[in-house]
Design a protein around this ligand. Structure first.
Ligand code: SAH
Ligand code: DHB
Ligand code: MG
Length: 233
């Protein structure tokens, strides 16, 4: 059963969660990305503005020069993360759906990031071995936000594409506390997604080579969370 407190109030009714950028980060290209994604019929499952800003901050704190993202959708989180890169930095993002990738490409180009972002279309579990074989890594920051059932596999590949000090961030690890219940049927992730996230947490806990925690994020899409793991060796 889910904790009753998660139902107490609608986070979107709290005005400050609508704030896109507290200090810096021009919002126009980000707002246009969400608008065009919605008009193209993409699902409204991008990170919220405050989560995007947290990704940006974490990438800045990390001093990331090479970022890998799994799950591009319309490119909203991609743009937040790519904006944190220094000149000469690069971001590789993986998306299974060709139609989503097409929208993302246009959004990324409008944000002035076409030269910074490399988008690969195809199932991430097929692209990840190719990236490793090409010597694309190691990445300084990896954001895992694709299909949740494959999170355990994505975590394994992320470790292969890491160096000591790499920051791995995983989205959607709280799901309004549904993650506590192995039988939960999340409205969009399904039970398969919930089990994927839980299995990922088991692997994370068992993995000697990372130090990790999870934080709750709350925003216009309710209560969810990021897992944060730093590769130790
Ligand atoms: N990171 C985005 C949201 C991603 S939503 C943002 O916050 O803006 C999850 C995305 O993962 C969807 O676009 C979905 O098509 C993609 N996806 C699903 N299965 C995938 C797979 N096997 N490989 C790569 N991407 C996948
Ligand atoms: C949903 C949200 C996400 O951030 C995601 O990556 C996938 C699905 C959702 O709310 O359904
Ligand atoms: Mg997500």
């Amino acid at each position: 059963m889910r904790a009753p407190c998660t139902r107490a109030s609608s986070p979107s009714s709290l005005p400050w969660f609508g704030v896109t950028a507290i200090g810096g980060s021009p919002a126009a290209a980000l707002d246009a990305t969400l608008q065009d994604s919605a008009e193209a019929g993409l699902p409204s499952i991008a990170v919220t503005p405050n989560q995007g800003k947290l990704l940006w901050l974490l990438a800045r704190v990390q001093g990331a020069r090479a970022i890998l993202e799994l799950g591009t959708l319309g490119g909203y989180s991609t743009i937040w993360l790519a904006r944190a890169l220094p000149v000469g930095g690069r971001l590789v993002t993986l998306e299974a759906e060709a139609e989503y990738a097409e929208i993302a490409r246009a959004n990324i180009a409008r944000a002035g990031l076409a030269q910074t972002v490399e988008l690969h279309v195809g199932p991430a579990l097929q692209t990840l071995p190719q990236l490793l074989a090409e010597g694309a890594g190691p990445f300084d920051l990896i954001f895992i936000d694709a299909d949740k059932k494959n999170n355990p596999g994505y975590f394994e590949w992320s470790l292969k594409l890491s160096r000591p000090g790499t920051l791995i961030i995983v989205d959607n690890v709280v799901r309004d506390s549904a993650i506590l219940d192995p039988d939960a049927d999340d409205p969009t992730l399904g039970n398969e997604g919930i089990r994927g996230v839980r299995h990922f947490f088991e692997k994370l806990a068992a993995e000697q080579g990372v130090d990790a925690t999870a934080i709750q994020t709350v925003g216009s899409k309710g209560y969810d969370g990021f897992a944060l793991a730093i590769v130790s060796g």
